[in-house]
Unconditional design. Sequence first.
Length: 283
Amino acid sequence: MGPHASPVLPSGSAGSHGTIAALAMSRPRASAWSRFSDSIRRMLGLHPTLVVSGVRYRERGRESLRRALSSRGSGVKEYDVEFPDGKRTRIRCTPDRLYADLSGPLLSPAYLACDPLIRPGMRLLDASCGTGYGAAWLAERVGPSGAVVALDRDLESIRFARLRYPLGNVSFEPGGIESVMGETDGAFAGVLACGVPLRGQDATRIVGEWWRLIAPGGWLLVVAPLSTETPTGLGAIDARDLLARAIVGSPVDDDAKETRTIPGLSTHAAWLVRKPPAPGAIA
């Protein structure tokens, strides 16, 4: 019996979990007067400050975040950050490194959509956690009896995630698939790969390693932009072919030929593959 692949995730229910509301929050909307006031402060050399859940973000420079990350901007916006425990750091927002407190959790629909797949006590792998907000949500969903290993190759993102989300059941680690190659077969109940580049020569090996790490009855969720013009984009046909090559001997279901976007994230698509349960296991 081969794995079952689905082109779209079931809709998640966000009402009963505490931080789902925080994860799904939009970036604080500034009024026209607030934006005008901030512009005046920048002109005077004063730096606007934003406080989110006790974390204080103080702008550096006169360029606004929106302007800096636009096609006409510098591409970088710096903030000095102070956490509730007094620790401090400096962050740099870029188009590839976004912070949920400042830009909003843009990929939260991908995490929320996998809600029906998660159970307390699970051990999950977030293969590309960014600045950490999604992995923190996963950690709450699996509860204290579960655990999340969250990887990212960007050291600044990992450093921030450790300070911003100091949870006992999530481990933010720098690196990619090589960081978990020492794990035993079936070490994770689920693997979420959101925005991992999968068009290079190593793509088949990476997906195959994720599959090895998934326990019988577990799942692999790949989320990627539909546009192949982006570095992490993965077209529908490419995604299905990649999964078929990587999961040797277990052809991916024909249903995956049809690709649908995730509700609330129309630029991306998701492919869900479930590993068959162990023989004799109760479904």
